[in-house]
Write a protein that binds this ligand. Structure first.
Ligand code: MN
Length: 498
């Protein structure tokens, strides 16, 4: 599985030569200390690299273009320690193409009441210089993240770390490549979309293959390879025969092992990181890929069912954004299936016909072989489990005909009240914020899909920042959502984004 580059974020300090060399030496010294302090927190997803102070148009233009041209640079943090006349920034900013953060901080935390004089004021004037710089970025209409506070404040460090993850998502978006086997399911609206516009907006390459191109790879897998992987399954997961014949059960599992190996070879040879299947277009495949897809998604592949390439690409992207996160709880393709509407116990049972990602599993994982109520193939093997508890976000990217909208809902994952022994699929159970009634109504009003890209490890704000950087509309459904306010937001957005 292809991982992300060894990304770094650059730290560029703005100043000018009006205050003399002594002052500029201090500016450089202070910004170095800020970078060292931030890196030493251990809270950042990757390293911040200090860059020499920018004091004129030429140095600004050169540095921002060097950032453009360095494939490992995921963005630039800018900070004006002193005053930095902002016309100097115009050309550099016009040419700059990567994520931009404006860290509105200050070297000293507290005003030095007893010693402060005009020299100090001239040297420590980010309250002044950052406004001049902010003005030109706003006037030029450039999207950027503004973070305010002292650089040692844990909240500031957390916001910066979150933005760095978003910057990685912005950079990696244009490397997402989706392999579709078959087309979207006939007559389904929400999984459709404009693939050309998706490439323009997000950089996604969305290709199509006949599923029988894959069948050749699956059929070519050797018996020895199938046996080895099936043995691995049997030693990794619980086997739930549920009255089936042992040999017949294993033969069904072997079909998925061949599919997993065939899929991996097909995708690796062509450098795809996300895959889309459709239960109605299986060609020569003996089973709908279930266990096979579950194993791929656990390794970081994006997935969308029934031809849903938008969700597949988004799952892949969100998995990349969280790939280096310590103690990550998981990111997965999900589907809203059925409700519990009992007062005080409201929630949505999340699942899919097979392909729930074990990345979010909690506790033991079992293999079951059960009939699929749709399609016309043999009973597929699949992994069955329940999911972790805690807060997460469910995201749906929809095409409204003239634009994309990203819907982001905050949800609280819980254990279902009781076991569901007859349900042959993996599940999660969550309650949308602020409550099921408001959360579901807002989701439906926004036009959100039944498929989502779900993560325990990203925040709504990070996805809003990603959408802003992509130039698309986003709406958040969270604890503060009211239907009246949300409907107005949709109305206003329809004017802002048309
Ligand atoms: Mn589905």
């Amino acid at each position: 599985m292809k991982q992300t580059k060894n990304y770094k974020i650059w730290f560029a300090t703005g100043s000018q030569d009006l205050y003399g060399d002594e002052c500029l030496e201090k500016v450089a010294q202070h910004s170095k200390m800020i970078v060292e302090s931030l890196n030493a927190t251990g809270k950042l997803p990757f390293e911040i690299v200090w860059k020499p102070t920018l004091i004129d148009q030429a140095s600004i233009r050169r540095t921002l273009n060097e950032a453009n041209n360095d494939p490992e640079c995921a963005g630039v943090i800018t900070w004006m320690h002193t005053f930095s006349p902002a016309k100097m920034w115009i050309i550099g900013l016009q040419e700059y193409k990567k994520p931009l953060c404006h860290l509105h901080t200050q070297f000293n935390e507290e005003i030095p009441y007893d010693t402060i004089d005009m020299d100090f004021m001239n040297e420590n004037q980010s309250a002044h210089g950052d406004r001049e710089y902010g003005h030109i970025v706003s006037r030029m209409g450039i999207e950027r993240k503004v973070i305010v506070g002292h650089f040692t404040d844990p909240e500031v460090v957390e916001e910066l770390a979150a933005w760095m993850t978003t910057a990685l998502g912005i950079m990696e978006s244009s490397h997402v490549r989706v392999c579709r086997f078959g087309d979207n399911m006939n007559n389904v609206a929400v999984t459709e979309g404009d693939k050309v516009e998706a490439q323009i907006k997000f950089g996604w390459e969305i290709d199509h293959y006949n599923v029988n191109d894959l069948v050749k790879y699956v059929d070519a897998v050797s018996d020895a390879d199938i046996k080895a992987l099936t043995d691995e399954y049997y030693s990794t997961y619980e086997i739930l025969l549920e009255g089936r014949n042992e040999d017949e059960f294993r033969r069904h599992v072997e079909v998925q092992a061949a599919q997993e190996i065939g899929l991996r070879r097909f995708l690796e040879e062509r450098d795809y990181h996300a895959v889309v299947t459709h239960f109605g277009m299986l060609g020569g495949l003996k089973q709908l890929p279930g266990l096979a897809i579950q194993r791929l998604t656990q390794d970081g592949y994006g997935f969308g069912a029934e031809g849903d390439w938008k969700t597949a690409a988004l799952v892949r992207l969100m998995k990349l954004m969280t790939s280096g996160k310590k103690d990550a709880k998981g990111t997965a393709f999900m589907e809203d299936y059925t409700y519990n509407l009992v007062k005080g116990k409201e929630g949505i049972l999340e699942a899919h016909m097979l392909e729930v990602d074990p990345a979010i599993a909690d506790g033991p994982i079992s293999i079951k072989v059960q009939p699929l109520s749709m399609g016309n193939r043999e009973d597929p093997a699949r992994l069955v489990f329940t999911s972790k508890t805690g807060p997460g976000i469910a995201c749906s990217l929809i095409d409204l005909g003239n634009r994309f909208r990203l819907i982001i809902a905050e949800v609280d994952c819980k254990k279902a009240e009781k076991a569901m022994p007859k349900l042959p699929v993996a599940t999660a159970f969550w309650t949308p914020r602020p409550d099921l009634k408001t959360g579901a109504a807002a989701w439906i009003l926004a036009g959100g899909a039944h498929h989502t890209s779900f993560s325990y490890d990203l925040t709504a704000q990070q996805m809003v920042d990603w959408a802003d950087a992509m130039g698309i509309e986003s709406v958040v459904i969270d604890k503060d959502t009211t239907i009246r306010g949300f409907k107005n937001e949709l109305r206003w957005n329809s004017i802002a984004y048309r």
